[in-house]
Write a protein that binds this ligand. Sequence first.
Ligand code: SAH
Length: 502
Amino acid sequence: MSEGRVYLVGAGPGDPGLITARGLRVLRDCDVVLYDRLVAPQLLDEAPPGAELVFTGKTPGETHSRQVVIDALLVARAKEGKKVVRLKGGDPFVFGRGAEEAALLADAGIVFEVIPGVTSAVAAPAYAGIPVTNRGMASSFAVMTGHAAEDDDLPHAQVSADTIVLLMGVAQLRDASKRLIDAGRSADEPAAIVQWGTTSQQRVAVATLGSIAEVAEREGIGSPATTIVGKVVTLRDVVAWFEARPLFGRRVVVTRPRAQARSLVELLEDAGASVIALPTVEITPPDDATELQSAVREAVNERFDWIAFSSSNAVDSFFATLADLRIDVRTLHATKMACVGATTAKGLAARGVLADLVPDESTAEGLAAALGTGDGSILLPRVEGGPRLLPELLAGAGWAVTEVTAYKSVAPAPSRSSTVVKEGGFDVVTFASASSVRNFVANVARPEEVGIGSDDDAGKLVVCIGPSTAAEAAALGMRVDVTARAQSTRGLLEAVMTATHR
Ligand code: SAH
């Protein structure tokens, strides 16, 4: 049995992009995750599919009794030889009880590592446009708890820092600000409170130390929030950047398969959206790999005149099988290859093979028409249960067709992101293909269940990449708010902007 290990990892303040590179690496390779309440759900989807996910959250006001359970679990799983990630909001050692857990692990003789995180004490102000220090304005900052301490005297060093950052204790903000004033801070000093900093729900209120509690209350700003006191608050007027981005505050669902989602996710994030990646299908190998293996061997023996790929998944699976069988691709030199669609042809080109035929029209009919009548043989590596049209058209034109299951397209395993979407926790959903629409309805939710039915007016928006995607959405009972003018990733981004700003 390998030795277990615990990683105390800072998850960052809320924006899932703010976890460290090392934190993400261990998260992607762990067996167990114990996570706190304020950890971004997107991060939990980074854990490997079979990982055990344990919510350890104390909701505010709850007692500490849960810590005993967490401690026991950390030790038990590590002793089982597991890689355990203890994922904590912000930095594990800033009011996160990380030190206590580290001491416990040391005591139990368990190997552990600490991976610091971006603390909300600095990041929430930063996303609100408030630098905690600034030359000539603030040369020190103190981070303290907003919970009223039993003993009333605030330590001098904290109170005299140029900038004071208060974590926790939003409900006791009135007491906290009074104590600061009593300790010598001016009631007229600028102060700000940042709720859900770095997330799409970020809200900021600015006032003075004397009035911040009242303003926060009036504006309904509650936990989790960070309060900043000091001159630096005035810099927000100039520095505020996060809320100014065009898609700030929008939670946008990307339904593209993971392998194709990246460029859209990046464009949306750059425009300030909070992206929920929710692939509506998962591509898996066929149940029986030997069928494809024998087809590949036959192809090598020049059994087929043509191999026709109708998706890049089919290309991937075919070439992976060649590699598994340790067959050199050059043995297929006499076999012609056809591709439906430019993306499929690109997938083939990435393997060093230029397609002999790519029909102008990217459909089964287009391929059948381009191949014409013939008496040769064709191998079709396909998705399990794929539509009958292509093999029927080809057989009708005289071809000897051999179909083989190259991959399966199945409903993805439930994820944190799918739960978020099912509960309606999004503002915009994007579709880049008719099949994504179908798979969303089949595998995620019916439109009316999540407020995007044709009669719904819940403020949620549906954006499609092009007319056939939009037609499929409408046919399946979805409202379609905007269809992209250009059928590209950038076109889809522009359509999201149009939809959200009209
Ligand atoms: N270890 C954490 C802090 C834990 S204490 C860190 O380094 O950030 C929890 C407190 O952190 C909350 O009560 C709140 O004051 C602050 N906090 C956490 N996430 C926040 C967020 N997204 N925006 C503003 N404040 C946040």
